[in-house]
Design a protein around this ligand. Structure first.
Ligand code: AMP
Ligand code: GLY
Length: 429
């Protein structure tokens, strides 16, 4: 079977690496990626496709007899590419435009949680500055303010004091996030440890996938500005089997059944951002796609056939699919980022030594790289994801940094403490 993967980051390299190992591709199928990157090019044929031109994507799928489209990032999903492909009879892993609102609109998700009695922070949707200010008065600080739409991860303010909350509201309604900020959500502040949980669904059946924890802040000790993620590990031991069962029962199952009952079935991966509160797991947010860099660590552990699982979701046959099998080992990934990330990453510096890093047993996924002749160069904010495994987080961390140290790239930096929470817990025994 031929497969088309959309996207160009480290998440997509990890997906491509697994898809290339699937039976569908090994038995003569072809894996295409659009646009891909130099790492993905080792596993797939990279092609140019304008994903905002749905007719062009559909035409490519027909021409190349594509049996499965895997959509990496959220933007094409929120834009309805899934609907266009399904309407043309092309199986696609990824939700419809309506269902992708789980990521595309914070208010949509909060209302769904309210209807389905899913544990989440108390909230109010607001559509004007005056309305927002009145809500802030009622909530008091600390409080959380979220632009409703996609805001490239920058639309959330956790305000410890009222003046920060007021500034965040003014920012949103002054148009800082464009149409993403025409509406906002004011939310109760929750405390606890954060963890991510991934589940697959074909719209009716659900299947637990895996857990992970990432590090969103750019600086060591989880300090400095937010990023897409500077590193991650999987599994997340804080999500015990009991807590995972609770998440499936109280959060994932009612989400899928409510969306289906309301005529907007969700097909794809549900990426639940969770707060492990004193009262149990509570939903912070949903993403309608795999996480980046969480996918890199989950794919490193996956021992099942990824294409088979994703196709079962796309064709409504998840009920008869075998649950995924993962290595018992922990995988940990360290993001190597360009100088000045996340503000204005500096492009162009050279990268050497990936082969040496991989000789240690690690896998290096490409995120923001380019080829200049034969020279690999920096072409993005997050550039490489150095991913290694070990018997626990401490061991996986050691292996990952040994591989990082084999890479020569003076214009890249990384955090040296990925996994610190778990490493500290493991040292305590
Ligand atoms: P989100 O984009 O909704 O995942 O929010 C980004 C980050 O803001 C989360 O990873 C949390 O660290 C924090 N956050 C979001 N909502 C809340 C909340 N209700 N209480 C405390 N922290 C929150
Ligand atoms: N690493 C967080 C995300 O993919 O949204």
């Amino acid at each position: 079977m031929n497969i088309l993967l959309l996207g160009s980051g480290g998440r997509e390299h990890a997906l491509a690496w697994q898809l290339a190992q699937s039976q569908a591709v090994r038995s003569g199928g072809k894996l295409f990626a659009a646009p891909g990157n130099p790492g993905i090019a080792q596993d797939a044929e990279c092609v140019k496709l304008d994903v905002t031109n749905h007719d062009a994507v559909v035409a490519f799928c027909h021409l190349q007899a594509i049996g499965l489209v895997v959509v990496g990032p959220e933007a094409p999903l929120v834009d309805g590419l899934g609907d266009s492909l399904r309407a043309a009879g092309v199986p696609v892993f990824g939700p419809s435009k309506e269902a992708a609102q789980l990521e595309g609109s914070k208010g949509f998700t909060k209302d769904l949680c309210a209807r389905a009695n899913i544990p989440t922070a108390g909230y109010e949707r607001v559509s004007s500055e005056a309305h927002a200010m009145a809500a802030l008065e009622r909530f008091g600080a600390p409080v959380v303010i979220k632009a409703d739409g996609l805001a490239a991860g920058k639309g959330v303010t956790v305000a410890m004091k009222m003046d920060e909350a007021v500034a965040a509201v003014q920012d949103i309604f002054a148009g800082r996030f464009g149409s993403a900020g025409a509406e906002a959500v004011i939310e109760e502040f929750m405390t606890g440890e954060e963890a991510s949980f991934f589940a697959l669904t074909d719209g009716t059946s659900i299947m637990a996938f895996a857990s992970a924890q990432d590090h969103k802040r750019v600086g060591e000790g989880d300090t400095g500005p937010n990023t897409g993620g500077m590193g991650a590990y999987s599994p997340a031991p804080v999500l015990t089997p009991e807590l995972e069962a609770e998440v499936m029962e109280r959060i994932i199952a009612p989400t899928v059944s409510t969306l289906a009952a309301e005529g907007t079935p969700y097909c794809g991966v549900l990426f639940a951002g969770l707060m492990l509160t004193a009262n149990g797991p509570s939903l912070i947010e949903y993403n309608a796609r795999f996480g980046d860099p969480e996918t890199q660590v989950m794919m490193r552990r996956l021992q099942s056939d990824l294409a088979e699982l994703l196709l079962a979701c796309a064709t409504g046959e998840l009920a008869s699919a075998k649950p995924p099998v993962f290595s018992k080992d922990t995988a940990l990934t360290v993001v190597l980022a360009a100088q000045n990330y996340p503000e204005t990453p500096k492009k162009g510096g050279t990268i050497e030594g990936i082969d040496k890093a991989e000789a240690t047993g690690a896998k290096v996924f490409h995120a923001g790289t380019a080829l200049d002749g034969d020279t690999l160069t920096i072409n993005g904010g997050r550039v490489l994801n150095v991913t290694a495994t070990g018997a626990n987080v401490t061991e996986a961390q050691k292996a990952a940094y040994a591989a990082v140290d084999a890479i020569t790239a003076p214009d890249l930096f990384c955090r040296r403490d990925i996994g610190w929470r778990e490493v500290a817990r493991e040292a305590e025994g």
